[in-house]
Design a protein around this ligand. Structure first.
Ligand code: AMP
Ligand code: MG
Length: 341
């Protein structure tokens, strides 16, 4: 199949028609590029899983244009959901709700819940309104690999497997949405993102809902991992193809030992602005020390380093886990391994 990248504006009518016909299309959102299909059409949904090589047990996020459309796709829209949606939609927040029959079971990987998001991107909104369908759209990358934040990234991932990519330029947020389960007695963050635990808690408190917002459990807590509620928590995900190891600037013992033991390896380094890099690294990409700016370029930087075909990537970890840093840390943790000692 020939894959075309079209400017978003001129490609929109065709994209909307493809969605209505049960075909799949890649399109920009503010988080990352999505690979979308009609969430009510089982053939479209199976095409998404197939193009990505995504395991059938990893559910998809359904995109809707507004709160009313989210209510149409869910069996219940609790008060907590209404308050969070009112404050953060359109935006990078996904709510896990009870699914209704408008959404194919395959979207939810057989669960009775469905993850729904209202994106804050003019092209995504135009595609939703133009097609008139709720659009199931996971990130437009091969399963398990780094998410795409430009149309070219999507092409590099899925050329030959999809027909059309709408080009809307680079994504403004650059990290996948915060996923919050609102089906229980209190909200639980299943995946951290640009909307932090503190922002969610503050919003609920301001609405008079004195309610705990449970944070994502540490992936290191095996007991919890064994009872995964959300496959986006999988330990290895978002990964470059080159083997990648993480290190902290506050403890360089492993980093230095590695450089000493492997003097002949071509090393790709991903580090923050103030890190003094050894001159022996073959390729270096520097990340901004502001969290939002870092999130925006993180995946591009990983991809650029990955493309150089180094023997190994060494990835500096943020020391902070405040706000968006937690989401950055989470993605990097699952894209990298611990340095072998
Ligand atoms: P992606 O679209 O690739 O960013 O991945 C979507 C992620 O949303 C999944 O990996 C899950 O973590 C989460 N998700 C989607 N649907 C559900 C659901 N019904 N229950 C819990 N998590 C979900
Ligand atoms: Mg993904």
């Amino acid at each position: 199949m020939r894959t075309r990248i079209e400017p978003a504006d001129s490609g929109l009518p065709e994209a909307a028609e493809l969605i209505r016909c049960g075909e799949i299309v890649a399109f920009p959102t503010e988080t990352v590029y999505g690979l979308g299909g009609d969430a009510g059409n089982p053939i479209a949904v199976s095409r998404i899983y197939q193009a990505k090589g995504r395991p059938g047990n990893n559910p998809l996020i359904v995109h809707v244009p507004d709160v009313a459309a989210a209510q149409d796709c869910s069996a219940q829209f609790p008060a907590v959901a209404a308050v969070l949606a009112q404050r953060f939609w359109p935006g990078p927040l996904t709510l896990v709700l009870q699914r209704n029959e408008r959404i194919c079971p395959a979207v939810s990987a057989g669960r009775n819940t469905v993850a729904i998001r209202c994106p804050n991107h003019p092209i995504a909104q135009a595609l939703l309104r133009g097609s008139g369908r709720p659009i199931a759209a996971p990130s437009a990358n091969a399963s398990g690999h780094t998410s795409p934040t430009t149309a070219q990234h999507v092409y590099d991932e899925l050329a030959g497997r999809i027909g059309l990519i709408l080009n809307g330029g680079p994504c403004s947020v650059g990290l996948e949405s915060t996923v919050v389960d609102v089906t229980g007695i209190y909200p639980v963050i299943l995946r951290p993102g640009a909307i932090s635990q503190a922002m969610l808690a503050q919003c609920l408190a301001a609405a008079g809902m004195a309610m705990e917002v449970a944070a994502l459990p540490s992936p290191a807590e095996k007991a919890i991992r064994d009872d995964l509620k959300s496959p986006g928590l999988l330990e290895s995900h978002y990964a470059p193809r080159t083997v990648a190891y993480r290190f902290y600037a506050s403890d360089l013992r492993g980093f230095n030992t590695y450089l000493r033991r492997k003097p002949n390896e071509r090393i790709g380094l991903l580090c923050f602005e103030d890190f003094v890099a050894p001159t022996t690294v073959a390729k270096k990409r520097v990340l901004p020390s502001n969290a939002e700016a870092c999130a925006k370029v993180l995946y591009s930087a990983l991809r650029e380093l990955d493309a150089v075909r180094c023997d190994v990537l060494l990835v500096q970890f943020p020391e902070s886990i405040d706000g968006v840093w937690l989401a950055i840390e989470d993605r990097l943790r699952r894209a990298t391994k611990e340095l072998p000692l």
